[in-house]
Write a protein that binds this ligand. Structure first.
Ligand code: GLU
Length: 466
């Protein structure tokens, strides 16, 4: 069996967006699944639009997603000599020719075409002239005039193109630079790429590329053109449908594996399974199950999936992702038992890491202020006696495990005759400053006896001073 070689060739003119990340992911997963090679190539021949900031942003996003590459990054801007060599091969073998038609001539051609069949294409003026290289000459590919070119697409099945509709397209501009179709084919040949999975906005380029492979005597790779990602209103995905850059999701507290899971489901399915770990995706991903209809981006679904991944990720791993969010909030948390016990109280109730970090602050910061609502609702003078009594009770309690605390509270309820809510709510506000928090016994256990007592004393002082 042949070794699968796939690639991701972004044009660095912006951040890595959802659609691009999905293309990268499909190629990466397929290479991993098939124990093949995944190549990263930066298509930066358009110097006006390419920026190093964008290259860095793409690397950063791929690294965050855990999409690693085996070869590259290769930069097209450093490969001009190779393109020249291949253009020369095409000239030498009669598959390409120099063209000196002026912009004015081309404009006349365009107008004539528009007035007749509406199909704008080069009329072949220089095709048989045998012109040599001159200043301002471009190189055109000598496309076949008859017959068909068939794209055997693994997703869309066969697409037949009439060669008569194809153009003698330019492969080298007058400044000597190669065009996209030429550079891509030369790269894919020289990098040994045999599987190309990309957005279906490239379908119209593919017959030209197939003709180039054939003219260069190279095997045509397997192509799979994936339908675009659309917004919920079925228009092309844009900012108003949700954040466009992958790293924006990182900053909003999404887990990379949740984003990966969501991206893959935007075009690939495995029965009706929605949740996949990364390892499972590598085991199950295939090209046959890539869908033929457009994926619809739904940010609520992504959020729900993120919550599922947060629940499923072991606390020690979650800790690594959570720490930066805590640091941003001035909390110097470290990996270890304490943070893991904090996480265990929050992982079932947080949809994002950001939410989790917000919810974790009270575990670290003793000197917090009470939410207005908490103070108003639960710190009434009537609770003072109960809080004092409870403090005494807890001072006598050695075992601060959730289980033991439950029994302590049962007997406290019995002796005071109070309802659980009447005790738990003021206690929660005293310990967390809020009206909502993880389960009260969990909070008590994580805070431990000393901090619990001191927070209770602080609340008593606060109520007395009101
Ligand atoms: N650089 C192209 C793009 O970002 C990809 C070309 C290809 O996949 O062949 O759309």
């Amino acid at each position: 069996m042949k070794k699968i070689v796939t690639r991701f060739p972004p044009s660095p003119s912006g951040y890595l967006h959802v659609g691009g990340a999905r293309t990268a992911l499909f190629n990466w997963l397929y290479a991993r699944r098939m124990k093949g090679t995944f190549v990263l190539r930066i298509e930066d021949t358009d110097v006006r639009r390419s920026t190093t900031a964008s290259v860095d942003a793409i690397f950063e996003a791929l690294e965050w997603l855990g999409i690693d590459w085996d070869e590259g990054p290769f930069y097209q801007s450093k490969r001009f000599d190779i393109y020249k060599e291949y253009i020369q091969k095409l000239l030498d073998s009669g598959h390409a020719y120099y063209c000196t038609c002026s912009p004015e001539q081309l404009e006349v051609m365009r107008k004539t075409a528009m007035a007749t069949d509406g199909k704008v294409k080069y009329d072949g003026t220089c095709r048989e002239k045998g012109l040599g290289k001159t200043e301002n000459a471009v190189v055109r590919f000598k496309a076949p005039l008859t017959g068909t070119t068939v794209l055997h697409d693994v997703i869309k099945k066969n697409i037949v193109f009439q060669n008569s509709e194809l153009d003698d397209f330019i492969i080298q501009r007058s400044d000597g630079t190669p065009t996209y179709n030429l550079a891509v084919v030369v790269d894919d040949i020289t990098m040994g790429i045999n599987t190309v999975i990309r957005g279906d906005d490239h379908v119209s380029n593919t017959p030209k590329q197939i003709l180039l492979y054939k003219a260069l005597g190279s095997p045509v790779p397997d192509f799979g053109h994936v339908p675009m990602v659309l917004g919920k209103d079925r228009s092309r995905l844009s900012k108003r449908h949700g954040a466009m850059s992958v790293t924006a999701y990182r900053d909003m507290g999404y887990l990379p594996d949740a984003v990966l899971n969501y991206l893959v489901r935007l075009g690939w399915s495995f029965g009706d399974q929605e949740f996949f770990t990364k390892a499972e995706l590598i085991e199950k991903f295939n090209l046959e199950n890539i869908g033929r209809s457009a994926g619809v981006f739904d940010k609520d679904k992504l959020l729900a999936l993120n919550a599922d991944h947060i629940k499923a990720t072991p606390p020690d791993q979650l800790a690594k992702h959570l720490i930066p969010f805590l640091k941003e909030r001035g909390v110097n948390a470290e990996e270890g038992e304490f943070l893991e016990s904090v996480i265990k109280t929050l992982n079932k109730r947080s949809k994002t890491l950001l939410e989790m970090a917000e919810g974790a602050i009270f575990y670290y910061v003793d000197d917090f202020s009470y939410e207005e609502k908490a103070a108003k609702l639960f710190f009434k003078p009537g609770v003072l006696d109960m809080l004092k009594l409870l403090t005494e009770q807890l001072e006598q309690t050695e075992d601060f495990s959730e289980k033991n605390l439950e029994t302590v509270f049962e007997s406290f309820i019995e002796t005071t005759g109070l309802k659980f809510g009447k005790i738990a709510q003021p206690l929660r506000s005293a310990l967390t400053g809020k009206t909502v928090s993880p389960g009260i016994f969990e909070v008590l256990e994580v805070l431990g006896k000393d901090r619990t007592i001191s927070r209770l004393n602080k609340a008593v002082q606060f109520i007395m001073s009101k």
